[in-house]
Each structure stands twice: as structure tokens, then as C-alpha cells.
Design a protein around this ligand. Structure first.
Ligand SMILES: CC(C)=CC(=O)SCCNC(=O)CCNC(=O)[C@H](O)C(C)(C)COP(=O)(O)OP(=O)(O)OC[C@H]1O[C@@H](n2cnc3c(N)ncnc32)[C@H](O)[C@@H]1OP(=O)(O)O
Length: 257
């Protein structure tokens, strides 16, 4: 597969995807979505990959869904084509994805970052849901995910006024896990992804699944789900290896079994 709107590389056990539509500040059109789905599915299917980093440019992670592509659509086009629903497939990627966000992450760009498992922000990052300024509203999950990340008051503020949050406010609010100097962003995200990828792949995926269930289930159901998949980890050779390595004071050698 040759890509026109993204760059796809591997760094050891980490897949690196860079949004690459600089002329439109990485605006997310259907071609970008199609390529992202091919790349993430390929990394999901590749046993040698344990985690993925998604990034953009220093100026823009992504300035939103492509306004020029959406501009002339009618209600019938949007409804029958189920506009933007393809992004749900991206959010179903099984391996952990870290969003390394520098510059603008607006509208669909902010929503794409929130579909990832966590966000590391460059110190120049700016997050926003400015759809209101275009006479629309978030459509890739912003009203739901942003509210879960930062709470109702800030989510309302951002969706209703369209104002941007800088990296410091985003970290204080729980939207991003950490801030790093923008020049070190991709290396820091790759380091975090390499750390994740050094662990047992089944344990990585089960951790991801369990944390995501916290958004969808009651506490009682979530605790039961966690306990059951926790029990299942004792069927793995990697659990035996991880605990034996601790007891023997050596590094574990996980075999993803
Ligand atoms: C998911 C859903 C439901 C909706 C959305 O996401 S709607 C989009 C939400 N995003 C926005 O409203 C942001 C739009 N962009 C801007 O406000 C500005 O571009 C900026 C503040 C991010 C940066 O301003 P700057 O002056 O530095 O750069 P521009 O000259 O404005 O942009 C450069 C180049 O990129 C094109 N561009 C930027 N954003 C988009 C976009 N979302 N869709 C399509 N194209 C975009 C911009 O038109 C310009 O290209 P041209 O010079 O060829 O016009």
C-alpha cells in the first residue's frame, strides 16, 4: 500500500504514523481516514508491533475534519453516507495508540487525539472544539469524550464558545497525560510506546480493554470484568515468566504467550 496523506514507519516494536497533509494543516478528509485505517489494521495484525504513535507536524496535529470536503454536503448525503462513522473503526484499534500532539488539535483533530489511548502534548499544543464557529457541532465524539476527560463545565465552555485550551490547561484538566518540549515530542512518545511494547502483548491488550470498559460500564460491572480478565492472565506463560523474573531478580523475557 502506498500512502499519500500519512507517513508510516516502524521503530523497533513501535509503529509510527505521521499525518502528512501540511498544505491543509492535516485536515482529516476521507482519504486520510482510509489510509489511517489501513495502517492501523496492518499494525494490529503485525505480531512484531506492540504499540503505535500517531503524530502530526509541529504546527498542527490536525486542524479538524476537512471543512472543504464537508461544505457542500446535504443532510441526505450526511445521513445516508453516515458521515464520519468510519472514525469509529479507528477507535477500535486494539493495540495501544499514543497521540503525540503539537500545535493545533481542533475539532476532529482534538477528537482523533481523544480516540487514542493517551495524549502526550508538546508545549505548543492547542486543543479546541471550534465547530460552533462553523454552525455545526462535534461529530467525531467530541461532545462525549471531551466531557468524560475534562468534565461538563469545561466541555460546555469549549464546545459552546469554541475557545482553545493550551497544553498547560489540558494537562491540569486531565486531557493530556504529560507535556514535553515540542522538539522532543516524538522521541518522548516513541520512548513511552517502546516501554509499553516491551511488555507481554496479551497483558497490554487486556489492560487497554479494561481501562476502556470504565467508560462504558457501571463500577460493579467494570470491577467484575476486570477481575475475570485478571484471572485469565494466569493462563499465560508471560505471567509465570514475569513473576519468576521478579523473584529471581532478572529482566523478564515475554513471549506473548
Ligand atoms: C469533526 C467535525 C464534525 C468537524 C470539524 O472538525 S470542523 C473543523 C474544525 N476546525 C476548525 O474550524 C479550524 C479551521 N482552521 C483554522 O481556524 C485555521 O486554519 C487555524 C487557526 C488552525 C490556523 O490558522 P493559520 O492562519 O495559521 O492557517 P490557515 O491559512 O488558516 O490554514 C492553512 C491552510 O490549511 C487549510 N485548513 C486549515 N484547517 C482546515 C480544515 N479544518 N479543513 C480544511 N482546510 C483547512 C486552510 O484553508 C489553508 O489552506 P488554503 O490556504 O488553501 O485555504
Amino acid at each position: 500500500m502506498s500512502y499519500e496523506n500519512i507517513l508510516v514507519e516502524t521503530r523497533g516494536k513501535v509503529g509510527l504514523i505521521t499525518l502528512n497533509r501540511p498544505q491543509a494543516l492535516n485536515a482529516l478528509n476521507s482519504a486520510v481516514l482510509g489510509e489511517l485505517l489501513v495502517a492501523t489494521k496492518a499494525f494490529d495484525a503485525d505480531d512484531s508491533i506492540g504499540a503505535i504513535v500517531l503524530t502530526g507536524s509541529e504546527k498542527a496535529f490536525a486542524a479538524g475534519a476537512d471543512i472543504k470536503e464537508m461544505q457542500s454536503k446535504t443532510y441526505v448525503d450526511a445521513y445516508l453516507g453516515d458521515l464520519l462513522s468510519g472514525w469509529d473503526d479507528f477507535a477500535r484499534t486494539r493495540k495501544p495508540i499514543i497521540a503525540a500532539v503539537a500545535g493545533y488539535a481542533l475539532g476532529g483533530g482534538c477528537e482523533l487525539a481523544m480516540m487514542c489511548d493517551f495524549i502526550i502534548a508538546g508545549d505548543n499544543a492547542k486543543f479546541g472544539q471550534p465547530e460552533i464557529t462553523l454552525g455545526i457541532m462535534p461529530g467525531m465524539g467530541g461532545s462525549q469524550r471531551l466531557t468524560r476527560f475534562v468534565g461538563k463545565s469545561k466541555a460546555m465552555d469549549m464546545c459552546l464558545t469554541g475557545r482553545m485550551m493550551d497544553a498547560q490547561e489540558a494537562e491540569r484538566s486531565g486531557l493530556v497525560s504529560r507535556i514535553v518540549p515540542v522538539g522532543e515530542l516524538v522521541e518522548e512518545a516513541l520512548k513511552a510506546a517502546a516501554k509499553i511494547a516491551s511488555f507481554s502483548l496479551p497483558a497490554i491488550l487486556m489492560n487497554k480493554e479494561a481501562v476502556n470498559r470504565a467508560y462504558e460500564m457501571s463500577l460493579t460491572e467494570g470491577l467484575r470484568f476486570e477481575r475475570r480478565i485478571f484471572h485469565s492472565l494466569f493462563a499465560l506463560e508471560d505471567q509465570k515468566e514475569g513473576m519468576a523474573a521478579f523473584a529471581e531478580k532478572r529482566k523478564p523475557e515475554f513471549r506473548n504467550k
